[in-house]
Design a protein around this ligand. Structure first.
Ligand SMILES: [Zn+2]
Length: 138
């Protein structure tokens, strides 16, 4: 059995060689396919089933594609377009993680994220990137 699993793993490794594999756009497609499938099971609307098929097939197409430069370009474009919301999401995650010890601000001039310790009262926060200052309550 152990040898069978080892051989199976080797076969998968060989099959995935020179394939695009999982990238951010493929993962998003998988997640959207899962959401569409859940909505289909809950609402029994065939539109969601079609969406599920479209996203699942696109994700599989991306994962098994051999045209890696083209898939790389598409993924880079996707990452570029979603850079701002991903940065915002990262900020929210950090804010939640450090909610008891720190406060986060975004510089009004350059957009730099600034982290300051909590509980210091009203302080002047200075942006490390552009040097702009602002009065903030911590
Ligand atoms: Zn700044």
């Amino acid at each position: 059995m152990k040898q069978f699993l080892y051989r199976l793993r080797q076969m998968i490794v060989v099959a995935m060689r020179s394939r695009n594999g999982q990238d951010a756009l493929a993962w998003l497609s998988y997640v959207l396919a899962l959401v569409a499938f859940l909505l289909y099971t809950l609402l029994r609307n065939y539109l969601f089933y079609i969406l599920f098929l479209v996203f699942a097939i696109y994700a599989l197409f991306r994962s098994f594609s051999k045209n890696i430069p083209k898939r790389y370009q598409e993924n880079q474009k996707f990452l570029q377009l979603t850079a701002k919301p991903r940065k915002r999401l990262k900020l929210l995650r950090l804010q939640w993680k450090d909610r008891k010890t720190h406060r986060y601000f975004i510089c009004g001039v350059c957009g730099q994220m600034i982290r300051v310790p909590k509980g210091k009262g009203s302080i002047e926060v200075r942006c490390p990137k552009c040097g702009a200052t602002a009065q903030k309550r911590t």
